[in-house]
Ligand binder design. Structure first.
Ligand SMILES: *Cc1c(COP(=O)(O)O)cnc(C)c1O
Length: 426
């Protein structure tokens, strides 16, 4: 266990004066918690307190924090070569990782474009899709069909794909490209409508973008594998591109390595990120089929994909990702997800009958308790209550959610669910 951090008052002062924090109204927000160390599913604070982490740092730390296999791989790579530019130079960590990713993602995805964050992976997917049609000689197909409650990132293109009713990005409405944001179809009637819409609009549409099975940061909404398969079928019937954003769902979170695999579908383009490095470093990727990639092969230079992040395929991040994939091979992560799903289902069931609970849902290592009503004051109150009980949970909007490390112990998971139940009872 790490010792108390006696100089934290100093650096917290710097934080307060110089940091611009994410998604925060700085004027009214409570002070952030000084964290000085992590281990497994535990955060250690400067005053010596520890918290059981129910979020795994936006579900990135899938093997728990500080997994020695990942730490060692990054250390070894650090000594050899921390970084080189990726234009004109090749390196083994990226090549191995790309080959391994094409083996574990839905069959047919063959090419990997690396970037540093999920949002950029989505931007790259959008550029690939739009330029695919340009290269094919049908340049007007530059709009996307997206879904209500979707979240795809915070950069301009990615924002344009998010739920348009959600207030978070409303200020930028006039800067963003306009897309078609519709409800996820769920019955015969809405599927017929979806089919008709695609038929009517397809001359202007590049593709359909969806978070398969679980829509994450836009409200933690679920749909079934049958619904996903039907959305895919209709999209392909109209010969549109199907783009899966698995930045949230990828790497076993929903019970399969990738959510698309539960529906037995291969998207034309797949975005991954977040848990790709097991939570150690920032890395994301956009995968494409040969059909997409081949449309960029030409004697004309302008048919090439013009994108290349400075830190593209950073060797440290690739080493972390390769080590993370070793762990998925060597350790029983999918079994652990099954056990988490079972435990979450049983432990959260009593919430269903409580006042102010609208819905309880569990899928893989994701547990959600949605409230009937939650204003800002209630959200802040809940966050405070969780802290007092030694757990790190951060409800947003009307949802309390759990996305723990896939390696969390039964006891720690129990502590998280008990804390939700106790807090709801009050
Ligand atoms: C988090 C997330 C993103 C954005 O990833 P960043 O790394 O934060 O840019 C995109 N899509 C989905 C589904 C996500 O959950």
């Amino acid at each position: 266990m790490t010792k108390k951090d006696s100089n934290s008052q100093d650096w917290l002062n710097h934080y307060q004066h110089h940091i611009w924090p994410p998604y925060t109204q700085v004027k009214t927000a409570p002070a952030p918690l000084p964290v000085i160390a992590t281990n497994g599913s535990t955060l250690t604070l400067a005053d010596g307190r520890t918290l059981v982490d129910g979020i795994a740092s936006w579900w990135t730390a899938c093997h728990g924090y500080n997994h020695p296999h990942i730490t060692n791989a990054v250390e070894a790579q650090l000594k050899k070569m921390p970084h080189v530019m990726f234009a004109g130079l090749a390196h083994e960590p990226a090549a191995q990782l790309a080959a391994r990713l094409t083996k574990i993602t839905p069959a047919g995805l063959k090419r990997v474009f690396f970037s540093d964050s999920g949002s950029v992976a989505v931007e790259v997917a959008m550029k690939m899709a739009v330029q695919y049609w340009v290269n094919k000689g049908t340049p007007k197909r530059d709009r996307f069909i997206t879904f209500r409650h979707g979240y795809h990132g915070d950069t301009m293109g990615a924002m344009s794909l998010c739920d348009t009713e959600d207030g978070m990005h409303a200020i930028f409405k006039h800067y963003m490209p306009m897309q078609y944001n519709i409800a996820v179809p769920s019955d015969e009637y809405s599927f017929a409508e979806f089919d008709e819409l695609l038929g009517a609009m397809k001359k202007n549409i590049a593709g359909v973008v969806i978070e398969p099975l679980v829509q994450g940061a836009g409200g933690m909404k679920f749909h079934t594998a049958d619904i996903l398969a039907e959305i895919y079928r209709i999209t392909k019937k109209h010969e549109l591109l199907f783009i899966a954003d698995e930045v949230f769902t990828g790497f076993a979170r929903t019970g399969h390595m990738f959510a698309c695999q539960e529906a037995g579908i291969t998207p034309d383009i797949l975005c991954i990120g977040k848990a790709l490095t097991g939570g150690a470093l920032s890395l994301a990727a956009t995968l494409a089929t040969e059909e997409i990639f081949n449309a960029f092969l030409s004697d004309k230079h302008e048919a090439a994909l013009m994108h290349g992040p400075t830190y593209m395929a950073n060797p440290l991040a690739c080493a972390a990702a390769n080590a993370s994939l070793d762990l998925f091979e060597k350790e029983p992560r999918l079994k652990q997800v099954e056990a988490i799903e079972q435990q979450l289902s049983e432990a959260l069931e009593p919430c269903r009958k409580m006042d102010n609970v609208y819905d309880v849902r569990v899928k893989g290592a994701i547990g959600v308790v949605q409230l009937e009503k939650a204003d800002r004051a209630l959200v802040l109150h809940l966050r405070k209550k969780f802290l007092e009980q030694g757990v790190w949970l951060r409800p947003f909007g009307d949802v309390m959610y759990l996305t723990p490390a896939l390696t969390i112990t039964e006891k720690d998971l129990r502590m998280l669910t008990d804390s939700i139940i106790r807090t709801l009872k009050d």
